[in-house]
Design a protein around this ligand. Structure first.
Ligand code: AMX
Length: 436
């Protein structure tokens, strides 16, 4: 784990110098004019944030540290004997430091997280006292916020830590939070769906995904591999998406990482963000109920048409930035073809990949008719008997910790200031328009 810290200690001074240089030399250079559409349209398209960890390309999909996600998956070290996927621990190392970890370095993060992963009693009590009707995402957000009782950043800030050192405490908190998340998330699952029964102890011989899966009551080796893949590909998606941006904004007020992650999860819980995978499964279930597991192409096309005629979108297709099949969809499909190609849900999703775009293209207005990441995850989870759709966004959230926390370490390392966009009144807006 402290492999990460050693690398950061070297990289941060260089990056600081680089950023300072840009500010001094080019601070007054403009990168674009601001269209009214962007101001009134959710700030879409405005290059207002800097993200070191990942970037999104319209046709090539997500890049971690400049490397396409497919290559990241191929290159991450396989730590556990017999596993076919790289570990999310390795992905966290890569996102945070920018160097692909060796097997030993990735294992180092696993060991560190196993050492730091004990959830304090007060948090366990809090989780056990929550009403089972409270949404799992609300529980995750609450648990994370309460964990800030143990924040190293808060402690150091109170003692008057130097600004230049903030990142070190954010790093400690981030490592501790990542370490505790599988236990917290599994307890939410077993409390809500399994009457509170289940293992709550980390096994030092397991990796992060192995421990999480085992605590969910799903210790199947293939499922653990699926979790490794899932946790790697959902981790980061630039810094403007709602979960990453929420964390960034809250962090800019120097709130500690536990509070930042808590805010991030409130955003991920929304139906336009992390909840979409659940909606895909609802739609697929309706489709299978209406026309069966092995419908003809014509029957599928008619079902899609009926959905559209009903004024609904086809969930799992389209994207605000991507303009081709999401590589994260493809990676999941490759996994499915290797492990469960005869699963009826998998077969259906694979066929829809070809059929839905044909129909959506004909509408003539859909910017991207191809499947996104959410079109696939649900059927894979169901194949391995993780049936509770209400819980799916928590899996996404556990993975997203890796991205938002690696971003947060860098935000404090580079001393990003308080985020405070200027808002204008409607009359100011009119004045701008008249002057233009
Ligand atoms: N089915 C039917 N119509 C669609 C569509 C789909 N999957 N995707 C886009 N369209 C329609 C839009 O509704 C819009 O129609 P309108 O002009 O009549 O309102 C038109 O095509 C143009 O939209 P767009 O520019 O292609 O998309 P966008 O950037 O405005 O929205 C998104 C992107 C993802 C919200 C949209 O494609 C969608 O609703 N998809 C289905 C839901 C989904 O899969 N969401 C998950 C996204 C991934 C994620 O963030 N987790």
């Amino acid at each position: 784990g402290d492999g990460i810290k050693a690398k950061l200690e070297k990289a941060i001074p260089q990056q600081r110098e680089y950023f300072l240089g840009i500010k001094c030399l080019h601070g007054k250079t403009s990168i674009g004019n601001i269209p009214v559409n962007s101001v009134m349209g959710g700030m879409r398209g405005l290059p207002l944030l800097i993200c070191l960890t990942s970037s999104l390309h319209p046709t090539k999909g997500i890049f971690y540290r400049g490397m396409p996600i497919k290559d990241v998956c191929a290159k991450l070290p396989r730590v556990k004997k017999g596993s076919s996927e790289g570990t999310p621990e390795g992905a966290f190392f890569f996102l945070t430091t920018g160097s692909m970890p060796t097997k030993e370095e990735a294992q180092g993060v696993t060991n560190e997280w196993n050492k730091r992963g004990k959830v304090p009693d007060y948090c366990l009590k809090m989780l056990d006292s929550l009403d089972k009707k409270i949404h799992p995402m609300a529980q995750l957000s609450a648990a994370s916020a309460c964990l800030n009782l143990n924040s190293k950043f808060v402690e150091a800030y109170k003692k008057g830590a130097k600004r230049a050192d903030y990142w070190q405490y954010v790093y400690e908190d981030s490592m501790n939070l990542c370490a505790m998340l599988p236990t917290v998330a599994a307890i939410i699952y077993t409390n809500v769906f399994k009457g509170g029964k289940g293992c709550r102890e980390l096994n030092k011989d397991q990796d992060w995904s192995g421990n999480y899966s085992t605590m969910l009551g799903l210790p199947d080796e293939d499922f653990i591999d699926l979790m490794r893949l899932y946790m790697v590909i959902h981790a980061d998606h630039e810094s403007g998406n709602v979960s990453a941006h929420a964390s960034h904004l809250v962090g800019s007020a120097l709130s500690d990482p536990y509070l930042c992650y808590s805010a991030s999860m409130c955003g991920l819980a929304g139906p336009l963000h992390g909840l979409a995978n659940q909606e895909v499964l609802v739609w697929l279930t309706k489709l299978r109920k209406a026309i069966g597991d092995e419908p003809s192409d014509e029957e599928i096309k008619k079902f899609i048409d009926d959905t559209l005629k009903g004024g609904q979108v086809i969930p799992g297709f389209g994207h605000a930035v991507l303009r081709d099949t999401d590589p994260r969809f493809t990676l999941q499909n490759e996994f499915a073809m290797k492990h469960c190609k005869d699963d009826p849900g998998v077969k259906l999703v694979t066929r829809l990949w070809k059929i839905v775009p044909e129909v959506l293209k004909k509408l003539g207005k859909v910017a991207n008719p191809f499947p996104n990441v959410d079109a696939h995850s649900g059927v894979l989870l169901q194949h391995y008997c993780l049936m509770e759709m209400n819980y799916y966004t928590v899996l996404f959230g556990v993975s997203r910790a890796l991205g938002v926390l690696s971003q947060l370490i860098w935000s404090r390392a580079l001393g990003y200031p308080l985020e405070r966009p200027k808002s204008i009144s409607t009359s100011d807006l009119c004045t701008f328009i008249q002057k233009a």
